[in-house]
Design a protein. Structure first.
Length: 369
């Protein structure tokens, strides 16, 4: 019924000649155009910028705000330092901006600077939680931060602050990615981890909001419903504390579905979860980054373009696309940008929302050394 009422109201407004007021000013749209790419953090194929036409298009045509590095991009420390240096130089030449260069460096199983490529082994969050020495956690984060900075990575998509109270959880607890089942201890270790990374000049991201530690499923693989298992009285404790204390450089969303928060969409695409809970109740003012929009929980149910628009509309500022290459050879980043342009031009995505996202990304970029 509310949708029907809204549709009738829209018809009345259009009939009254008010439709033109809903279409954004072309001058405003033109000002947005060169900055839209700054909202994308995109992964690519290859280990070198030379001869990589797809990568050059990302940097200079899509004008992406950042790149995310995976194992497929990494041979060893020398190669990676050359790659990130070339990325930063090319991005600056094409856009005049510094480039956000991100990676998952949680430690343990999720560590892009892996032992197989010559880096020393690192402790997992679970190991640090079990040792329960906050000084050790900070020192380990500083060690990781030193490794990242040495190869040109300036944004660590960590720490995980999911409270791991479900021992059967496959993707967080089962992978040793949670500091533990006690939210206060998760908070303390996460604070120490952020402090260690900041001391080395590396930005951080608290993840996965509003909590992935309760699930029995893996959102990488498909739809993940936590309606019956979520415990906000536990899972929001780290966010509430760390946001309040200024230890949240950015927050990454989870693709989990919780009917108690939004009975239509998963957290990444949910206004109620991001705009209402994270921005409103918890008071987070910084940049929100989506988890990978190509994960099963999103890509199997929404196209890249629709997901990008819905995520921005919900309050996400940075759209993470871990693999730019689509099965048909096209660019996921270009599909997302085309959908955003169309939605803003039609007035279905508020340009003010896009402008605020651009400003948050600009502020994050301004914190780079």
């Amino acid at each position: 019924m509310p949708r029907l009422v809204a549709a009738r109201l829209l018809s009345v407004l259009l009939a009254a000649g008010c439709g033109a007021a809903m279409v954004p000013d072309p001058t405003r749209l033109a000002a947005l155009e060169p900055e839209l790419g700054s909202l994308l953090l995109v992964g690519f194929r290859g280990t070198d910028i030379a001869g990589n036409a797809d990568l050059d298009k990302l940097l200079c045509e899509a004008r992406v705000g950042g790149t995310v590095l995976l194992s497929r991009n990494i041979v060893d420390a020398d190669q990676l330092a050359r790659l990130t240096g070339a990325l930063a130089q090319r991005a600056a030449a094409c856009t005049g901006r510094k480039l956000l260069v991100a990676a998952d460096a949680e430690g343990g199983n999720v560590m892009r600077l892996a032992a197989r490529a010559g880096w020393p082994a690192t402790f997992s969050a679970q190991e640090l939680g079990e040792t329960n020495d906050f000084v050790l956690t900070e020192l380990e984060a500083r060690r990781i931060g030193t490794m990242l900075r040495a190869v040109g990575i300036n944004w660590n998509l960590a720490p995980v602050v999911d409270v791991g109270y479900n021992p059967a959880n496959p993707v967080i607890v089962g992978a040793a990615r949670s500091f533990g089942a006690n939210p206060q201890l998760v908070t303390e270790h996460a604070r120490a981890f952020v402090q260690g990374l900041r001391a080395e000049g590396v930005l951080t991201a608290l993840k996965h909001f509003p909590g992935h530690g309760s699930s029995f499923g893996d959102s990488h693989r498909g739809f993940t419903d936590v309606t019956a298992t979520a415990a906000p009285e536990l899972e929001l404790v780290p966010y509430r504390a760390l946001i309040g204390e200024g230890f949240a450089d950015s927050v990454m969303t989870a693709h989990v579905f919780n009917r108690q928060l939004d009975d239509q969409r998963p957290a990444t695409l949910s206004r109620a979860t991001i705009g209402g809970l994270l921005r409103g109740e918890l008071g987070f003012k910084g940049p929100v980054i989506s988890d990978d929009l190509r994960m099963g929980a999103i890509e199997q149910h929404y196209g890249i373009g629709e997901a990008a628009v819905l995520a921005l509309d919900a309050g996400v500022d940075v759209l993470l696309i871990v693999d730019d290459r689509l099965p048909d050879g096209g660019s996921a980043a270009q599909v997302a940008l085309a959908a955003i342009r169309q939605a803003v031009a039609k007035g279905t995505l508020d340009p003010a929302r896009v402008e605020s996202a651009i400003e948050r990304v600009r502020a994050l970029r301004g914190r780079l050394p």
